[in-house]
Write a protein that binds this ligand. Sequence first.
Ligand SMILES: Nc1nc2c(ncn2[C@@H]2O[C@H](COP(=O)(O)OP(=O)(O)OP(=O)(O)O)[C@@H](O)[C@H]2O)c(=O)[nH]1
Length: 379
Amino acid sequence: MIGDRLMDPSLLQAQRASDRGVLAMRLAITALAIGALHTLFCLLFFQAGYLQLSGRHLLQGVVVFWGGQALLLALFMVYRRLQRPVRWVAFAWYLWILLALLCSAYAMSGFRLSLMLPFFAVMMLASFRHHLGGLTTLASVAVGGYLLVVFALWLRQGYTLDLTLEILQWLLFAATAVSFVVTGLGVSDLRRSLTQKNRDLGDALLQVRDMAIRDELTGLYNRRHIMDVLSQQQALAEAGSYRFALCFVDLDHFKRINDRYGHGVGDAVLRRFGQLARQCLREADYIGRLGGEEFVLVVTQADLAGAARLAERLQQQFRHSLFDDLTPGFGPTLSVGVAGYRPDEALSTTLARADACLYQAKAQGRDCIVTEHQLASAS
Ligand SMILES: Nc1nc2c(ncn2[C@@H]2O[C@H](COP(=O)(O)OP(=O)(O)OP(=O)(O)O)[C@@H](O)[C@H]2O)c(=O)[nH]1
């Protein structure tokens, strides 16, 4: 069945939420990995004697950095659990990593730019969630922060600092950061348009699904879908103490309306019936158009009496509803046949019983309800 193959709206929403969840988790794992890589290289540089700080200070730095990482991860998870946007937690996380990079660059004795390289991984990561504002802010903080590092080093080391080399490194860093902003914007645009296209595709899929299961004129379920519904109801009934009943509903002398007022008015009457029926039904019930002026109600968790009461209500409302285009007294009435599903029987048997009841209602003069009990006691 086409309806089965197309995605259910709730499934589609769940899929979208799960995609967002996967992306968020990937972001957290990458942020942790960048932090771990940076810590590892700090330790290696320290071991090789390129970090100008004591082992105690290094240890303190590592503890503070990972304390912050743990805090941000916890915050991130809480936001995810509360289903709140993690955008700003992620941004704070990028800034935290950036601060660690700048501190370690300050402590490096030589080619300090090497410890700033993970910043570009951060920029790539940020381009998945942030656009122009976020990316330029990150790049500005990095470039400005690096300049401050050079300035602080110059204050500390004075003429012993090779200022030309430091400024050249800073310029290289700034130029690369700008190029990453531009590239990041491209990635961000691409992601946005892909997300939008996916959303449109999902919406189109929902529309197609709706078209596949609904009757175009009345908006009620079509025969194919209502048969699927019946199969599900049958499965429920076979699984336990669950009952459901069917009402076959047919508009009386509908041909006369068509003949007298034209098909347009006939269509309007069918649509009106659809609206009324939907208002009468409980949330859990179903109604479908079998074809022409024939409809079926699937009354869930109900016995014959319950289904007959529902049919009566619908009949009353339809009888008293006003049809602007019809002469008073010429409004159609409803004939209804009611049958309940019996365990272990084929659906076609239940349908045939409901049909026989409807036939009897027509034979009795129309505008009435016949249940299978009445039919059995009459014969
Ligand atoms: N306007 C309109 N008419 C339709 C549609 N589908 C079927 N019909 C008409 O519905 C009428 C059904 O006529 P019949 O089967 O004789 O039924 P009836 O006139 O209601 O008579 P009883 O059912 O015996 O009370 C036919 O004239 C069909 O052309 C539709 O989508 N729109």
